[in-house]
Design a protein around this ligand. Structure first.
Ligand SMILES: *[C@@H]1O[C@H](CO)[C@@H](O)[C@H](O)[C@H]1NC(C)=O
Ligand SMILES: *[C@@H]1O[C@H](CO)[C@@H](O)[C@H](O)[C@H]1NC(C)=O
Ligand SMILES: *[C@@H]1O[C@H](CO)[C@@H](O)[C@H](O)[C@H]1NC(C)=O
Length: 385
């Protein structure tokens, strides 16, 4: 429980981002395109109205606030593992991580695994700036680097920076031309053998391999057990936030749990309290990360009822952000809906919460970059909970 509240909170910010950004080193200018999709209309007003008017009984309420029963999960790390640091490093592995923070966290686990598979030295991963989140923090701004290196010191070698002889190997160097040390073609969920066959020779020849893009580039099927355990170790022991993020997380959760009138007044754009402070269940709250941003709406290829204007706007985002490479485009809207491929709108989330038994006494917070249909849909949630 080292991450505790801070971890939960920051985890939320990247939780629902199943996005692959193929154009790793492209300029981030398309963020401006996000301003053109107008608010969508609520579509289930009568349903919502009756849901809002229903009060759930105390027994229903008690049930959903209770912790889930223990599913019997056990830690995946065998701490008794004998140290297995290879005698000699076979070179440096550099990775450039796109996606949101959660994707980057997973990719860090994979990067350690890949460096281990190759008996290489890992350079502290480079975090790309994501066009949606616009966060320019480096690995060391977010995670405790010293702790990371120390926890993993018996498993792999990790360095903060490349030695001088490799200092040419930078993001800029790879962005400006085709370079033999860049591994550009790692398939999504590449196998151990793929790395041995394609990256080992590069390490052999140049002493360094820069893998970009890297997010989601390691399979989880049939990975050797010791590599799986290492991924677990990175995730649950190696990665902790820097102290000031942990402190901020704790204080945020504290405020969410026990809001005072003061904190209501100073709540910023990121966490907005949308319910009445008469909530009777002190300490209990729901945080939603809708991730219903325009890029996700466009990526889903779904129809949100906004007619021709919406269709055109979303088609444009698809073109700009994913160069038209959106798998869902091959399906009709009916197919997408019946296959559960459409993100829930804020309105639909409101219905879902009401159906679960949450009512207007529930304290509800929105954690989000920006909700697409901010005005209308926040109102809807406000009515619901
Ligand atoms: C909550 O819903 C109940 C039942 O519909 C209603 O009587 C009450 O006024 C609502 N409370 C607030 C704060 O909206
Ligand atoms: C890595 O080192 C281990 C022993 O330390 C060896 O068995 C394995 O073949 C090496 N793998 C590569 C890719 O060099
Ligand atoms: C939704 O937002 C639009 C534009 O802000 C506004 O004109 C409209 O009245 C809103 N609809 C509802 C149901 O709040």
């Amino acid at each position: 429980m080292r991450h505790q509240s801070g971890g939960a909170l920051f985890g939320l910010l990247g939780l629902l981002l199943p996005v692959f950004f193929p154009s790793l080193f492209s300029p981030l200018s398309h963020a401006s395109a996000f301003s053109e999709w107008n608010a969508i209309k609520p579509r289930h007003t009568h349903l919502l109205k009756s849901a809002v008017e229903r009060q759930s009984s105390d027994s229903v309420q008690n049930e959903f606030w209770n912790p889930l029963s223990d599913p019997g999960w056990r830690p995946c790390i065998q701490t008794t593992n004998a140290p297995s640091l290879p005698e000699k490093s076979r070179g440096y592995v550099q990775v450039f991580l796109d996606g949101g923070l959660n994707q980057q966290r997973m990719a860090v686990c994979d990067a350690v695994a890949v460096a281990k598979i190759l008996n290489a030295t890992l350079v502290i991963p480079y975090l790309e700036v994501n066009p949606v989140w616009q966060d320019s923090s480096s690995f060391g701004d977010i995670f405790d680097v010293e702790h990371f290196i120390d926890v993993l010191k018996d498993d792999i070698r990790i360095v903060r920076d490349l030695p001088d002889e490799f200092s040419w190997s930078t993001r800029e160097y790879y962005a400006t031309a085709i370079r033999p040390t860049r591994i550009k073609t790692a398939p999504v969920r590449a196998t151990v053998n793929w790395y041995l066959e394609n990256v080992s020779p590069v390490l052999q020849s140049y002493g360094i391999a820069a893998i970009a893009p890297f997010s989601h580039r390691l399979t989880y099927d049939n990975l050797p057990m010791d590599i799986q355990r290492l991924r677990c170790k990175v995730n649950f022991e190696g990665l902790i936030f820097v102290p000031h993020i942990r402190a901020l997380g704790d204080s945020l959760v504290n405020r969410l749990r026990y809001p005072s009138d003061d904190s209501r007044a100073t709540a910023g754009n990121y966490l907005r309290e949308v319910t009445d402070s008469t909530a009777k269940k002190v300490g209990k709250f729901v945080v939603l990360h809708l991730r219903f941003d325009k890029d996700m709406a466009a990526h889903s290829a779904c129809d949100f009822g906004g007619g021709k204007a919406e269709k055109l706007a979303l088609a444009k985002y698809r073109q700009v952000i994913w160069q038209g490479r959106v798998l869902n485009s091959q399906f009709t809207d009916e197919e997408l809906r019946s296959q559960g491929r459409c993100p829930l709108t804020p309105e639909e989330i409101g219905l879902l919460l009401a159906a679960l038994g949450f009512d207007n006494t529930t304290r509800l917070y929105l954690a989000s970059h920006k909700v697409v249909t901010e005005e209308n849909q926040s109102n809807i949630l406000q009515e619901t909970a």
